[in-house]
Design a protein around this ligand. Sequence first.
Ligand SMILES: Nc1ncnc2c1ncn2[C@@H]1O[C@H](COP(=O)(O)OP(=O)(O)O)[C@@H](O)[C@H]1O
Ligand SMILES: [Mg+2]
Length: 240
Amino acid sequence: MLSVRGLTKSFGGFVAVSDVSFEVSEGELLGLIGPNGSGKSTTFNLIAGTLKPTAGSIRFEGEEIGGLAAHQVCHMGLARTFQIPRPFRKLGIRENVTLAAYYGRHGRVGRDEAEALAVEALETVGLPSDAATTTEGLGAAGLKKLELARALSTQPRLLLADESLGGLDVAEMDQAAEMLERIRTEKGITIVWVEHIMGVLMRVVDRVIVLDHGEKIFEGLPADAARDRRVAEVYLGTQH
Ligand SMILES: Nc1ncnc2c1ncn2[C@@H]1O[C@H](COP(=O)(O)OP(=O)(O)O)[C@@H](O)[C@H]1O
Ligand SMILES: [Mg+2]
């Protein structure tokens, strides 16, 4: 479904993503992990059109999307969430998601259809879907759910979830993992899940890719990642 080849991004002389290649198969739940600053969000930004690659190729369902604008990529059926949620604070929860559905879908989506998509997405993530609830009372977990609902309302076939469970308690982390698993199973949406904490992610993903300093240092099954020497060095060095 997604094929990334030799993906590279430099900021001046600094290489944030260095010659990264990987594939994502339809129906997969793939984990993309690595310490802070290892290039995970930059990889998402390159795929989703927030940044243009310095080099490399990104093919989505056979079409080259590297360098396309974010709205074009979204219209093709590839949505992403942002690590730092920034909802429209003056709009209610449902309006935020309706807006995403309205502009995120390809072709004309009427107001009623956009609203119906928003209600469905809000029900999927477990947020209130009435017109009155504001973003005011949302904590870290609620904001991430809203971010997810905005992406889901565009009806993607591939979802890039920059989850960053930082700021969530253990129960909320489990809930977030279960939600992604459920979205994959029930909605049939292929998911790449970015996270810097290994724990809960490793229990639900089919396969994991590990980045360190912009380079792919591991790709394989979660159980093998846990036994890999380089992965252990990267993680034991930063987490303990
Ligand atoms: N727009 C940018 N300009 C300059 N440096 C950036 C930019 N975006 C990211 N970086 C740098 O690239 C590296 C990787 O960042 P990022 O992809 O956000 O890491 P991660 O998501 O894995 O924590 C970091 O050193 C970060 O400071
Ligand atoms: Mg990040």
